[in-house]
Design a protein around this ligand. Structure first.
Ligand code: PRP
Length: 208
């Protein structure tokens, strides 16, 4: 499921409203209920966020830490628009596995390559849901004597947050409804990450 079918260009007026000129496997078209954030809307918002970060860190160097795998598209787009010196690194943790809901337990799979001591860190995320992952990462970095640690996410599922975590998010692209979202780095069973928009997956796909 999800990996077969011809590669075609989805065109304006095709089955999914808001999808214009997207190259993707044809079968995926039938898996998407709607487009939540179009390629154009994301592009505009990412440029605004990059400008804000560049202004906030004027005169400083930042380390942009992307959380793999979901943040790889957002990180690559936003870092290429920063006007402050920056270093790119990645962390890999796992909490969801192949499930549609969080297991609540976070495991470190890959730590930072750079030494974050005395550095300004910006954690780059695709999506914050319960906040469990980010809270764990904040704790993980708290013993490393960073100059600062800020959180940046494209999507914030605010309604799903665990209140007791008291997570403060410094940069948010969009507030996201409580739907199963895919695309722009986000997946279901590792599929759909390359779609350039954020869409809602049909429940019939993940309920199988
Ligand atoms: C997603 C997302 C966040 C996390 C958010 O990652 O990228 O890292 O879940 O959930 P939380 O706020 O409830 O902790 P996922 O585990 O799906 O892995 P992926 O990035 O490899 O897709």
């Amino acid at each position: 499921m999800g990996g077969d079918g011809d590669v075609v260009m989805w065109c304006s007026g095709d089955m999914i409203p808001g999808v214009v000129n997207v190259t993707a496997p044809a079968v995926w078209k039938t898996h998407i209920k709607e487009v939540l954030f179009s390629q154009e809307a994301i592009s505009k918002r990412v440029a605004e966020m990059a400008a804000q970060i560049s202004a906030d860190y004027a005169g400083k160097e930042v380390i942009c830490v992307g959380l793999l795998k979901g943040a790889f598209v957002f990180l690559s787009d936003i870092c290429r628009q920063l006007s402050v010196p920056n270093v790119i690194d990645f962390l890999t943790v796992s909490s969801y596995g192949h499930s549609t809901t969080t297991s609540g337990s976070v495991k470190l799979k890959k730590d930072l390559d750079v030494d974050p001591r005395g550095k300004h860190i910006i954690i780059i995320e695709d999506l914050i849901d319960t906040g469990t992952t980010l809270a764990w990462i904040q704790k993980h970095l708290s013993s490393k004597d960073c100059a600062s640690v800020k959180l940046c996410t494209l999507l914030d599922k605010k309604s799903r947050r665990t209140p007791s975590l008291n997570l403060k998010i410094d940069y948010v692209g969009f507030e996201c409804p409580d739907e199963f979202v895919i695309g722009y780095g986000m997946d279901f069973n590792e599929h759909y990450r390359c779609l350039p928009f954020v869409g809602v997956l049909k429940p019939s796909v993940y309920a199988k």
